[in-house]
Design a protein around this ligand. Structure first.
Ligand code: XLS
Ligand code: NI
Ligand code: NI
Length: 448
C-alpha cells in the first residue's frame, strides 16, 4: 500500500457501489475531449501548503488534521519525510503537477542564508523525486506574507530593510524555479495593500513593487529562467485592501508599469467572489485581454465572506470555467488547475486528502465534458452571434469599422419612431438559455 494506507485511485465510470471519493467517475485522464486528452485540458496540480501543511485551523479552533508524517517531530525530518508522502500522493491520484511556496517546504533559520540552506536540502530531494516520477512543477512562489517581518507588506513595506530582504528571498526562489523547471512563477501579494490610507503612500508603494517585479523579470532573463510570470489577484484578506484587487485592476497595474508583456494572471475562484465577481467573470476579463495564465481551482461560499478555499464541487461553476478555458483554446501553454483548496476542519483523516482531490478533479472533468458538448454544438457562440448581429451590417458595421461619428449616428437615429426602436430590441429568452445549460449538464453527464 505504501506510505498512505490507500490504493491508487482509478477511473470506474458510472459504476455503482464504489464509495464516492475513492474512484473517478468522470476524470478519465487519457480520454480525448475536444481534440485533447482530459489531462492536457486540466493539468491538475496539488498545492503543497494546503495538502501537506494545513492543520485545518480556523480563527477559533486548534488544528484537527491527522497526518501520518506528524510522527516526525523534528521540523527538518518532517519536511524531508513529507516529500516522500507528497510524491506518493501525486502518483496515487494521477496528478502530474504540484505547486509550493518556498516556506512550505522547510523551516526558516535565523538568517536568509540559513533558511536557504534548509530549503535547498528539501529541494534536492524534490528534484530527485521529480526525476524519478516525471511529476512536474506547475509553479512555485515565495511566501512574503507569513513571517511577522512582513506585517506591513514585502514589496510594499514602508521599511527598506524588509523590501531588501524580500528581493533577496525572491532571488533564491527564482533560482529554485529554474532548477526545477517551473512552468510558471506566481506572485500573490498577500500583504501588498493597506490597512488604512491615512498612513499609506499608495502610489509610492505601487512604484516600489513594480520595481521589484521588474528586478524579477531582469533576473529571470539573466539566469535563463523561462517560467511564465503570473500575478494572482485578490481584493482583500489578510489586508483590508489589496492592490491586485481583481483581473481588471491588475491588468491596469501591469500596463501602467510596462509589465504587461512579462506577466499574465493566475485566477482563483474564491478570490473572484471576494471581489464581488464570478470566477467566470475574472477568466473572461483575462481571456479577452490576453492575460489568462493559470487557475487556482477552488470555490467559496455565498454565506461566508472570506477565502474558504473549498475544493471545487459546484458543477455549474466548473462548467462555466471550462467553457472559458475551451474558448481560449486551453489554459496554456503553461497554465493548469491548482487545487488551492483544503478539506473542511471536520474532514480531518488522511483519506480525506484523497477524497477531496478526487471530488475536485471529477468536478472539473465533468465541467469539461459539459462545456465541450456546448462548444461542439456552438450553442453559446451562435446565441451570442445572433444577439450582436445588428453590428454585422449597416450602422452597426460602420461603428465596428470605426467609420461612425456622433453626426452619422444622429443622421441615422434622429427620425426613428419609438416603435421602430423597440422593435430593434429582441428578447434574449434568458431563462430558457439557463434551462438549456441545465439540459446540457444533465445530458452530457448522463452520456459521459
Ligand atoms: C491566498 C492565495 C495563495 C496563493 C499563493 O489566498 O490564494 O494561496 O495562491 O500564494
Ligand atoms: Ni491561490
Ligand atoms: Ni486564495
Amino acid at each position: 500500500m505504501g506510505l498512505w494506507d490507500i490504493d491508487k485511485i482509478e477511473y470506474v465510470g458510472h459504476a455503482k457501489g464504489v464509495e464516492e471519493g475513492l474512484a473517478f467517475h468522470y476524470y478519465d485522464k487519457d480520454r480525448v475531449v475536444a481534440g485533447k486528452p482530459m489531462k492536457d485540458w486540466l493539468r491538475f496540480a496539488v498545492a503543497w501548503w494546503h495538502t501537506f501543511n494545513q492543520g485545518l485551523v480556523d480563527p477559533f479552533g486548534d488544528p484537527t488534521a491527522q497526518r501520518p508524517y506528524y510522527k516526525y517531530t523534528d521540523p527538518m525530518d518532517q519536511a524531508l519525510a513529507k516529500v516522500d508522502y507528497a510524491f506518493e500522493l501525486f502518483q496515487k491520484l494521477g496528478v502530474e503537477f504540484f505547486c509550493f511556496h518556498d516556506r512550505d517546504l522547510a523551516p526558516e533559520g535565523d538568517t536568509l542564508r540559513e533558511t536557504n540552506a534548509n530549503l535547498d536540502k528539501v529541494v534536492d530531494k524534490i528534484e530527485q523525486n521529480m526525476h524519478d516520477t516525471g511529476v512536474k512543477l506547475l509553479w512555485n512562489t515565495s511566501s512574503l506574507f507569513t513571517n511577522k517581518r512582513f506585517e506591513a507588506g514585502a514589496g510594499t513595506s514602508p521599511f527598506a530593510d524588509i523590501y531588501a530582504y524580500s528581493g533577496a528571498q525572491l532571488k533564491h526562489s527564482l533560482e529554485i524555479g529554474k532548477r526545477l523547471g517551473a512552468e510558471n512563477y506566481v506572485f500573490w501579494g498577500g500583504r501588498e495593500g493597506y490597512e488604512s490610507l491615512w498612513n499609506t503612500e499608495m502610489k509610492r508603494e505601487q512604484d516600489h513593487i513594480a520595481a521589484l517585479f521588474q528586478m524579477c523579470v531582469d533576473y529571470a532573463h539573466e539566469i535563463g529562467m523561462d517560467a511564465q510570470f503570473l500575478i494572482e489577484p485578490k481584493p482583500k484578506e489578510p489586508t483590508l485592501h489589496q492592490y491586485d484587487y481583481d483581473a481588471a485592476t491588475t491588468i491596469n497595474f501591469l500596463r501602467t508599469y510596462g509589465l504587461d508583456k512579462d506577466f499574465k494572471l493566475n485566477l482563483e475562484g474564491n478570490h473572484a467572489n471576494l471581489a464581488m465577481h464570478t470566477y467566470q467573470h475574472e477568466i473572461r476579463v483575462a481571456r479577452e485581454a490576453g492575460f489568462l495564465g493559470s487557475l487556482d481551482a477552488n470555490q467559496g461560499d455565498k454565506l461566508i465572506g472570506w477565502d474558504m478555499d473549498e475544493f471545487p464541487s459546484d458543477l455549474y461553476e466548473t462548467t462555466a470555467v471550462m467553457w472559458e478555458v475551451l474558448a481560449a483554446g486551453g489554459i496554456g501553454p503553461h497554465g493548469g488547475l491548482n487545487f488551492d483548496a483544503k478539506p473542511r476542519r471536520t474532514s480531518f483523516t488522511p483519506e480525506d486528502l484523497f477524497r477531496t482531490h478526487v471530488v475536485g478533479m471529477d468536478s472539473f472533468a465533468a465541467g469539461l465534458l459539459v462545456a465541450a458538448k456546448m462548444h461542439e454544438d456552438k450553442y453559446i457562440e451562435n446565441l451570442q452571434e445572433q444577439r450582436y448581429s445588428s453590428f454585422d451590417s449597416g450602422i452597426g458595421k460602420s461603428v465596428e469599422e470605426g467609420k461612425a461619428s456622433l453626426a452619422s449616428l444622429e443622421d441615422y437615429a434622429i427620425d426613428k419612431p419609438q416603435a421602430e426602436l423597440i422593435a430593434a430590441c429582441k428578447s434574449d429568452h434568458l431563462e430558457s438559455v439557463k434551462a438549456t445549460i441545465n439540459n446540457y449538464l444533465v445530458e452530457a453527464l448522463a452520456q459521459a
